[in-house]
Design a protein. Structure first.
Length: 443
């Protein structure tokens, strides 16, 4: 039994072939499925001479098995086989339709140019990386984390450690549920982000003074987002110095940056970044501030005012869900509110700057005073924390002190002082007594 392909065309989408191995037939089928479909024939020579097959059913079965086992995703439903009688000889016609899960590729090669083929004139040729990305986007849509990853040779040591530390299962079933891989076992871009082979990086730098004129240190962090999260936090924490001051006989220790603010800003950087861009995320430490800048402006429909009120519109829903499952973030968009709350009563406020393509959080150094600031000056009112409490009241109707503590990440004493100030200013009303104490907006 011989398998034949040829360069002689009956019409635009029909191809007859000369004797070649099954691998060449596989490439032809993949090319047709990735383009507009077409036909190829088994049992015909290059010059169009019908040689025929002794066992056409066996030939069709051989090709059918090859399509099922060697081509991914599953293409079987788009391939039809028919035995034809030409001049008393039997040949097999293979009708290939354009598939709906392009790109199709040789399973052992993956979604790389050497595994993906397209039609170019009368030939099947390797697809370019650009063509592969275009097919993936056309098939999977515009949500980056849901699109199939071009890289499929992935490992998950960091993710396994993170899930294991919280006694959460992390097997194939969980990966499919979380969206790390498709139901066909293909890794998505979310899988790539959490894998040890993640191609996105964070660049951190420490500068002398308040400008970028002189570097003190710089480092780039790569690998799984979980590794980057841990290593970048350690990098910042090592440089987050503690300074002591005295109020009469009492020593007051204060770090340059509140740990809550650093943690929430870093998590925001990881979860809400626009990963469609390959540009690195940047963290810059100056003498008076820390700047965390990531690609991706505000999600369409959201404003900076919305963000400051605690309204969260998530760009990477599945990535956020993974971090939520691991109890790294909360599901209610409280990160920005916690950052602002961490500075409550300090006389300094974080700043958020946005553009069409970038998002920057600026954390002021608490141990650096402005030239015009007097040592004994009373910190100004922190309007941001009051706005956050008002937003909470509008959302819930009534709230307790513990609700505010949790939302802003502040101490009981600081929270009590905040609520007392707001009550005195007539912004909120206290109701109930002792354990039943709660608050609502003033009429």
């Amino acid at each position: 039994m011989g398998l034949y392909l040829s360069s002689f065309f009956l019409h635009e989408k029909e191809r007859r072939c000369s004797p070649v191995v099954v691998d060449d037939i596989r490439k032809e089928i993949i090319a047709f499925a990735n383009c507009e479909g077409g036909k190829l024939y088994i049992g015909v020579q290059d010059d169009g001479t019908v040689v025929g097959l002794d066992d056409p059913d066996g030939a069709a079965l051989q090709v059918s098995n090859m399509v099922r086992d060697a081509i991914k995703p599953d293409l079987t439903m788009f391939v039809r086989y028919e035995t034809l009688n030409e001049n008393g000889k039997q040949i097999v016609a293979i009708d290939v339709q354009q598939g709906t899960e392009r790109p199709y590729y040789i399973a052992k090669k993956g979604m790389r140019p050497e595994g993906v083929f397209v039609r170019q004139g009368y030939s099947a040729v390797p697809a370019t990386s650009t063509a592969i990305r275009r097919m993936i986007k056309e098939t999977d849509g515009d949500y980056f984390e849901e699109i199939r990853s071009l890289e499929q040779d992935l490992t998950f040591k960091a993710a396994e450690q993170e899930f294991s530390a919280r006694n959460i299962l992390f097997g194939e079933a969980q990966m499919k549920t979380l969206g790390i891989m498709t139901h066909d076992g293909v890794y998505t871009n979310l899988g790539l982000l959490l894998s040890d082979q993640c191609v996105h990086t964070i660049k951190a730098a420490v500068f002398q003074g308040t400008t970028q004129n002189e570097f003190k240190d710089r480092k780039e962090f790569s690998g799984s987002l979980f590794w980057q999260m841990e290593e970048v936090y350690e990098y910042i924490d090592f440089r987050n110095q503690t300074h002591s001051s005295f109020q009469k006989l009492r020593q007051i220790d204060q770090r340059d940056y509140p740990e809550t603010a650093v943690r929430e800003a870093l998590l925001n950087l990881l979860v809400h970044r626009e990963y469609s861009f390959r540009t690195s995320t940047f963290i810059s430490l100056y003498a008076d501030r820390m700047e965390l800048t990531s690609m991706g402006g505000l999600v369409s429909g959201a404003t900076l005012k919305d963000i400051m009120m605690g309204i969260s519109v998530c760009r990477n829903v599945k990535l956020a869900n993974v971090f939520y499952r691991l109890e790294l973030i909360e599901a209610h968009g409280t990160g920005i509110l916690k950052i602002m709350g961490a500075y409550a009563g300090t006389g300094k406020e974080p700043e958020i700057v946005t553009s069409d393509n970038a998002f920057k959080i600026i954390l002021p150094n608490l141990n650096v005073r402005a030239e015009q600031e007097k040592p004994n000056a009373v910190p100004p009112e922190n309007n941001a924390k009051e706005d956050a409490v008002i937003a909470l009241a509008k959302k819930q109707g009534t709230f307790t002190r513990k609700d505010v503590e949790k939302m802003l990440g502040i101490s009981q004493t600081t929270c009590g002082r905040l609520l007392k100030q707001m009550t005195a200013k007539g912004q909120i009303i206290q109701e109930g007594r002792s354990r039943n104490t709660h608050y609502r907006l003033a009429e």
